[in-house]
Write a protein that binds this ligand. Structure first.
Ligand SMILES: Cc1ncc(COP(=O)(O)O)c(C=O)c1O
Length: 421
């Protein structure tokens, strides 16, 4: 986002223009920024390990237009559910361009996953016999929990280690691959996802070493080769002013160094190195534009807006911080105030106290930054509030990429039995 004379712009388009044209609240994404983020990250890893590919974790922002941008840059899709596999198919990706990392799969998930021909990434050895009951995937990977996890966004989001629900215990990994091989599977990969929003570059080579020691020993004992090793997502972005950014070049260089050293140590045929980030691509390329409805001076001063926890769930869900800028007001005096949405829940008072412009008035337009990842996808209809529109900006142009919900969307799957009509 750019600031010119106190007014904010996404791409070359004024925030005020977007608010006027599409109303508020709206999610807005900057196409050029997504492409820049993607290319910066891809080039960093390709420089040190040429057989490298990203799979975009579509869960972070599942609008097909956004996923299509990443597809056009060459990304595959990391799908967490059958519907995410279908979303990938909707934008023209399937087969081994899609990795299915579902959790606690139902039989129905398994059957539909098999039909789609995607890469099966199993979260537990107990799922293998259930998969084999219905078919034999061409390629199998296991999600390993290497016993270590890290998160810059709170313990709730630590995806590996003893308190996580994900992944195969290191002591079960050998048997898991042995069972797959004994069942006639011939192609293998390995996966982990231990960290979320990591801006410390040393994390990436460290976890790569952990996984490669587990997988290298499987390679030695079973004699199987691995076509790919996926070290997960987790490339972090700063959310607060002054927070350090991830040193991508160091992360890529050190990860590739560790990866290559372990390949050599265990005598492996060099696998493809894969990652499945999302936040790094779309996080800082997405914004929520909102409007101040009213200002209350009661026990405390509270700014009441149309962006509540139904529109931005992360602060209430796990204490996440999002910067807010006020169009035309940020250079003046500031004061400590609260900010809330319109829901009948006090948790919707999602900023209890923050320095914001002292002259905020009814009707003011603001933008919430870093809202591109885990934003719209976590919105919901509580209190009959409808999900907002999504808009894509490309320079001076802008496109509606998801219509706002209407009342009919609130009742569309409901039915009133005849005796109640
Ligand atoms: C399995 C898996 N892969 C990738 C990601 C993407 O993570 P990030 O957006 O932190 O890069 C997630 C996010 O939770 C995930 O669960």
């Amino acid at each position: 986002m750019k600031e010119i004379n106190g007014k904010y712009y996404i791409g070359e388009t004024a925030v005020s223009t977007l608010a006027e044209k599409y109303g508020t609240p709206i999610y807005v994404y900057d196409e050029e920024k997504i492409r820049e983020n993607y290319r910066r990250a891809l080039n960093a890893f390709l420089k040190y390990y040429p057989d490298f590919r990203f799979f975009y974790a579509i869960k972070a922002c599942n609008n097909p237009a956004i996923a299509s941008i990443l597809k056009s840059e060459g990304a595959g899709i990391d799908a967490a559910s059958v519907n995410e596999i279908l979303l990938a198919k909707y934008i023209g990706l399937g087969g081994e361009d899609v990795m299915f990392s579902g959790n606690f799969l139902s039989d129905d998930d398994i059957v539909q996953g098999l039909e789609s021909g995607v890469i099966f990434n199993l979260d537990d050895p107990s799922i293998l016999p259930r998969v084999l009951k219905y078919g034999r995937p061409e390629i199998i990977s296991f999600r390993v929990n290497p016993g270590y996890g890290k998160s810059n966004v709170g313990d709730f989001v630590t995806n590996a280690g003893p308190n996580a629900k994900f992944g195969v215990h290191p002591e079960q990994v050998l048997d898991a691959y042995a069972s797959a091989r004994n069942a006639g599977i011939k192609r293998f990969g390995a996966h982990m996802m231990p960290g979320s929003c990591i801006t410390d570059y040393e994390y990436f080579p460290f976890i790569t070493g952990l996984l490669m020691d587990i997988i290298g020993s499987v390679r030695k004992k079973l004699g199987i080769e691995f076509e790919f090793i996926d070290i997960g997502g987790g490339l972090g972005i700063p959310y607060r002013d002054g927070e350090a950014s991830l040193d991508l070049d160091k992360a890529a260089a050190e990860t590739a160094k560790m990866f290559s050293a372990k390949i050599k140590e265990y005598g492996m045929k060099a696998p493809r190195l894969m990652m499945e980030p999302a936040r790094y691509f779309v996080g800082n390329a997405g914004y929520i534009i909102g409007k101040v409805h009213s200002i209350k001076n009661s026990y405390k001063k509270i700014i009441g807006a149309d962006v509540g926890m139904n529109v931005i769930a992360r602060p209430v869900l796990y204490g996440a911080y999002h910067k807010i800028v006020f169009d035309g007001k940020d250079s003046g005096p500031r004061e400590k105030v609260g900010l809330c949405g319109q829901l009948c829940e006090n948790t919707d008072y999602w900023i209890k106290e923050r320095e914001l412009p002292a002259n905020i008035a009814e009707g003011d337009i603001f933008a919430i930054e870093n809202a591109g990842a885990y934003g719209f996808v976590m919105s919901y209809q509580y209190n009959g509030r409808l999900r907002p529109a999504e808009v894509l900006v490309k320079g001076k142009k802008h496109f509606l990429i998801r219509k706002p919900e209407e009342f009919k969307d609130l009742v569309k799957n409901t039915k009133i039995p005849r005796h109640l009509q």
